[in-house]
Write a protein that binds this ligand. Structure first.
Ligand SMILES: Nc1ncnc2c1ncn2[C@@H]1O[C@H](COP(=O)(O)OP(=O)(O)OP(=O)(O)O)[C@@H](O)[C@H]1O
Ligand SMILES: [Mg+2]
Length: 136
């Protein structure tokens, strides 16, 4: 079994990742942690250099939070960075790589509680071919 855990570095996404890993431990599954970097986020800060190294560095920061969260876990965890639109990339990757499940947070970095779900959680749960588990 393969579980996809997309994270944006938010508290809620790390909570979802922990849920994914606890589940993976029980069913002997593998977990892939995915972070999607949005090019336009970087252009605001640094107009000319939204190149691969910059995006990679930003993803590494997010992954280091995940590694802290998962310290001591025995589950097989891999880390993957993609760039583009988060919901589109998550949906494409989950389907293309034949994951059995996506475990995603209900909210992310924006975290506006009035909405039932953030836009990424909403789009992934509606359009993914792969079953989606939303951690509230
Ligand atoms: N860039 C990303 N890369 C990987 N996973 C992401 C990314 N953005 C969001 N996610 C996943 O989606 C979950 C929900 O985040 P979402 O972005 O939908 O909520 P939000 O940030 O509160 O609202 P919005 O982005 O719509 O303003 C996160 O907990 C995380 O699991
Ligand atoms: Mg968001």
């Amino acid at each position: 079994m393969k579980i996809l855990a997309p994270i944006d570095g938010s508290r809620k996404s790390l909570q979802a990742l922990r849920y994914a890993v606890n589940l993976a431990e029980k069913i002997d599954a593998q977990v892939v942690v995915l972070n999607v970097q949005i090019e336009s986020d970087v252009t605001i800060v640094e107009p000319i250099s939204w190149d691969a190294p910059v995006l990679k560095k930003r993803a590494e920061k997010v992954f280091s939070l995940a590694k802290q969260e998962l310290e001591g876990s025995k589950v097989n965890v891999e880390y993957k960075m993609l760039q583009g639109d988060p919901s589109k990339e998550i949906i494409k990757y989950a389907d293309g790589q034949k994951f059995d499940m996506v475990v995603i947070g209900a909210h992310g970095l924006t975290g506006i509680r009035e909405f039932l779900l953030g836009s990424v959680a909403n789009k992934v749960s509606r359009h993914s071919m792969v079953p989606v588990l939303i951690v509230k």
